[in-house]
Design a binder for this molecule. Structure first.
Ligand code: SIN
Length: 282
């Protein structure tokens, strides 16, 4: 059976059909998947049933595993490369990262080399009488760049933004040791995707704390205007999860946000892996 790539019709996202991720993928199959990934920014496979080993093998086809500081203590037992994203509690203890990613962000933008991409494997999805909750939204940063007026494109050319992990303290509990492990870093506001050569915006409200050469208030105004522009509805794909979905996103082409519209006793359980960029955006 061949591989079909079915676009969502939104600015990003495609479903891949005709692939069983529980078996080995040959190079031709993986090339087709990787092309669809580069082109569409988000790809997903429905109805999968895979072991943790399979999830790690798939991840390593895209790039080396990259661990997230929030997952250090919330990994799948015996599989430290797999982080649990979940609201489930066992013996009074949260088994995974709860309320992960509830603000628009791109994973680990506070590191010098942010990861190429991230995989979520949905095991339990909250629903009430067939109404699914806990969606994830993805915003197309290349479409947002393309839609900017020429004057703004010229203004952004060469601008460098500062990203500071410490700013997260406003949104999530973080420790002093974590803050010290991630001193501020800089990235260009416009990054060129290493595979598609498309220009992508790289700015978000919480993590992005300044712009080189601009005073604080001017930088904040520009950060907020761009961050809001990126997530306009016309650039967003909203993924409605089904148990068995394996979804892979590209941290250059999209920003994402988890919709936290559920709580226990409704359960959500995802396994997440993250992979490094061999060729970084420039
Ligand atoms: C994340 O930002 O990694 C979590 C996304 C989700 O749980 O939908």
């Amino acid at each position: 059976m061949g591989i079909d790539v079915i676009r969502t019709g939104a600015a990003v996202g495609a479903e891949i059909r005709g692939v069983d991720l529980s078996r080995d993928l040959d190079d031709g199959e993986f090339d087709a998947i990787e092309n669809a990934y580069n082109e569409n920014g988000v790809i997903f496979f429905r109805g999968q049933s895979i072991t943790p080993d399979r999830l790690l093998l798939l991840t390593k086809r895209f790039g080396n595993l990259q661990l997230n500081t929030f997952g250090e203590t919330l990994g799948l037992p015996d599989f430290p490369g797999i982080v649990l994203v979940s609201n489930v509690e066992e013996d009074g203890r949260e088994i995974g990262i709860k309320r992960a990613g509830e603000n628009w962000h791109s994973d680990m933008c506070y590191t010098p080399k942010p990861p190429r991409g991230t995989i979520l494997y949905a095991q339990e999805v909250p629903e009430i009488d067939g109404l699914t909750l806990g969606d994830t939204c993805f915003a197309a940063t290349h479409a947002a760049y393309d839609a900017l007026p020429d004057a703004m494109k010229q203004r952004l050319d060469g601008l460098i933004a500062e990203f500071d992990f410490a700013a997260r303290v406003r949104a999530v509990p973080i420790t002093q040791a974590q803050i010290e492990a991630f001193p501020p870093v800089t990235h260009p506001i416009v990054r060129t995707h290493p595979y598609t050569s498309r220009k992508c915006l790289y700015v978000m409200r919480d993590d992005c704390t300044g712009i080189a050469g601009l005073d604080d208030s001017e930088a904040q105004r520009l950060i907020e205007a761009l961050a809001d522009h990126i997530v306009r509805p016309e650039f967003v794909y909203r993924h409605v999860w089904q148990p068995g979905d394996v979804l892979v996103w590209d941290n250059c082409t999209v920003q994402h946000k988890a919709i936290q519209d559920y709580d226990l006793p409704l359960r959500r359980l995802m396994q997440r892996t993250t992979f490094a960029a061999e060729s970084a955006p420039t």
